[in-house]
Ligand binder design. Sequence first.
Ligand SMILES: Cc1cc2nc3c(=O)[nH]c(=O)nc-3n(C[C@H](O)[C@H](O)[C@H](O)COP(=O)(O)OP(=O)(O)OC[C@H]3O[C@@H](n4cnc5c(N)ncnc54)[C@H](O)[C@@H]3O)c2cc1C
Length: 456
Amino acid sequence: MADKYDVVIVGAGTGGASAAKRIAKAGFRVALVDGKPRGKIGDKVCGDGISKEAFDKLKLKYPKGNELERKINGFDLYSPDEESHMRIQGEGFTINRLNFGQRLVNEAVDSGAILVDNTLAQKPILNGENVVGITAKKIGTSETRELHGNITIDASGYYAVLRKAIPFAKKYGIETEVDLGDVEICYREIRVIKEELDRSDCCKIYLEQNMAPGGYIWIFPESGRRVNVGLGVQMLRGHPNPKSLLYSHVLTRALFKNSELVTGGGGVVPTRRQLWSSVANGFILVGDSACQVNPLHGGGIHSSMLAGDSAGGVTIKALEEGDYSCSALWRYNTEFIDLYGYKQPSLDIFRILLQSLTNEELNYGLKNRIVTEEDILKTSMGAELKLSTGDKVGRVFRGMGKISLLKKLNAVAKKMREMKALYKSYPANLKGLGKWRTKVESIYKDVKGLARSQAK
Ligand SMILES: Cc1cc2nc3c(=O)[nH]c(=O)nc-3n(C[C@H](O)[C@H](O)[C@H](O)COP(=O)(O)OP(=O)(O)OC[C@H]3O[C@@H](n4cnc5c(N)ncnc54)[C@H](O)[C@@H]3O)c2cc1C
């Protein structure tokens, strides 16, 4: 027998719970389905870092009590040789992921959402080219049930259980597969170290292409002497094991001598532009399942909550008007771009460039402040990438025989501007997507060519 809801949401993580809260608050019947038992929802392998701005934008109360690990005032970015580092100011928090996740799920339930926990979504139910619900199985039983909804939201994270099972997805601009070169595979531990970090209000990020190829190492302070230490690598075929790298290159540092392991685990995160479109008839994608993570640093808590809230607003309107079509839901694509997504593709091409640089090039870039601290922060928040390519830097690079690196960086900065301008004219409907997409793909092609070219 089928249960009928207005909306079925798969995944009660930061994205799904945010959508559920907004829709349920408006008085609609929402089923919020998660494979985890209620008390474990939110528990995720993560760096646990989030900006203060995320809370301000969503008008959420700042984390405190058992949700708060540390107040953060910025992060230090280290060059591979660790001879240069930049301190990038910015307020934020490290949070206890489980307790924060519990806050979000409790708020959704208190707003009226019906939590269907311990239940795995299996596949979407289709009626022609409309998504009309899901089939799901209660864990530990053979019971399979159908949950029907006028709108179904896939907020199931990276594995995107529904997205991958929609045969007509591509026709709607929804990519079913993600290139593994656009994914980071990570391993992370929470450890208790012997002494508190020297700057316990600062997150540390280390770029090093041998220890963390195509990714980075992070050490983030948590409460007391606890730290969140992890390492991510680009998930290309034959990639090294991030846990082995963490153990051989990071946990061998003096800082971790005699430290105690609290917990450890692996995870994956898509670090690329959002999907071409995240809607189809009766269907919306939110969070990692829509690739809405910041491609530069892999942060996706903020964007998934913003997207969940926006998907909630668009869903409410569709329900009020009784129109669940792709064109009625399209506004979610444009709203996400306005709120956050406009910067993602330009950061994505910057990420492609960074992944192509050698340790030596990264050392040069950081040592010579080719991008300033302030500009790194501004760029990651959506401003244009400004390079300090004036005479002085030019002379240094020329002296080092690195002038083509400078040219490459300038060329990518130009492509980033073009990309941002293109996303300002994101099509108003599915019909316009094809032509527009060809232009975006052409920029990607140019940037990948530049990234492959050897800088001399
Ligand atoms: C190692 C690592 C470090 C990170 N560090 C940071 C960081 O410091 N800061 C930051 O902002 N972001 C970070 N991120 C990214 C961030 O964790 C995600 O972007 C964010 O959690 C996305 O939220 P979501 O709701 O889309 O998905 P998730 O939080 O992954 O939630 C998905 C939910 O769906 C449920 N689910 C999955 N499949 C099914 C199914 N078949 N049926 C029912 N339920 C299902 C899961 O149980 C889960 O509760 C990191 C990610 C990783 C892997």
